[in-house]
Write a protein of this length. Structure first.
Ligand SMILES: Nc1ncnc2c1ncn2[C@@H]1O[C@H](COP(=O)(O)OP(=O)(O)OP(=O)(O)O)[C@@H](O)[C@H]1O
Ligand SMILES: Nc1nc2c(ncn2[C@@H]2O[C@H](COP(=O)(O)O)[C@@H](O)[C@H]2O)c(=O)[nH]1
Length: 216
């Protein structure tokens, strides 16, 4: 950083980067790649009542909870949004999101259209929503099968819900097609870079600009 640029000019509120897609289009893959390369991005770890997949870690991939505990979280207003997806409940714990935003840290969500609508209702100015489309129905099914983490009936259920999830594409700020993963990643990174310098998030600019003007 140039010593002439006061650090106050760089302060800003964090943003909520939401990725949604039909199951298997690549949200988890894209999220992992983004988090690996970006120190100012943290993942929102959801609570869910769905069973743990092989290799998934409690507290890292999800907080795996019983339905009774999920209901308690709702009743205590501990979830920023929640929804029933593919017969299970999923929700975003509120505390880590509020802390990240106020500390100027960006937070990444892998949530469905219902959750995105709730976030848009509660915090539109903090939200940047991206819908990920698969290149084709065949590619989507192949990805779900190749991932090999769900039984055949679960894959069928997810494929049968894909059209419904896709029908919400036009509610999103950006739409990216995950055909070539590197190109898709580059597009999501470009969105994040541009949204970080959006004027309305840059709380430090007011003082910086007024000091700059005093100098003329
Ligand atoms: N561009 C791509 N080309 C080929 N395969 C891909 C691509 N992106 C992701 N995949 C593969 O597709 C499978 C599904 O990806 P992933 O688990 O990231 O999807 P998801 O959207 O997070 O699914 P879910 O909503 O079910 O959690 C994985 O095996 C992943 O490696
Ligand atoms: N509304 C919310 N949707 C969520 C949340 N966490 C995950 N999800 C979505 O659920 C499906 C299935 O996920 P999977 O891990 O079982 O494959 C997928 O579309 C996720 O985006 C959440 O907290 N809220």
């Amino acid at each position: 950083m140039s010593p002439e640029v006061e650090t106050e000019a760089l302060t800003r509120r964090g943003l909520m980067l939401v990725l949604s897609s039909p199951s298997g289009a690549g949200k988890t893959t894209i999220s992992r790649a983004l988090l690996k390369e970006d120190d100012n991005l943290v993942m929102s770890v959801s609570a869910t009542t769905r069973p743990r997949r092989p290799g998934e870690q409690d507290g890292k991939d999800y907080f795996f909870v019983e339905p009774v505990d999920f209901n308690l979280m709702i009743n205590r207003d501990e979830l920023l949004e929640h929804a029933k997806v593919f017969s299970h409940y999923y929700g975003t714990p509120r505390g880590p999101v509020e802390d990240a935003l106020s500390e100027g840290q960006d937070i990444l969500f892998d949530i469905d259209w219902q959750g995105t609508q709730q976030l848009a209702h509660k915090a539109r100015t903090d939200l940047v929503s991206v819908f990920i489309l698969p290149p084709s129905t065949e590619a989507l099914e192949k990805r779900l099968k190749t991932r090999a983490q769900d039984p055949a009936e679960v894959i069928d259920q997810r494929m049968s819900k894909a059209a419904e999830e896709i029908s919400h594409w036009s509610e999103y700020d950006y739409v990216v097609i995950n055909d070539d993963l590197d190109r898709c990643l580059a597009e999501v990174k470009a969105i994040l870079t541009a949204e970080r310098v959006r004027r309305t998030r840059r709380t430090g600019l007011i003082q910086f600009v007024s000091r700059l003007r005093e100098g003329y």
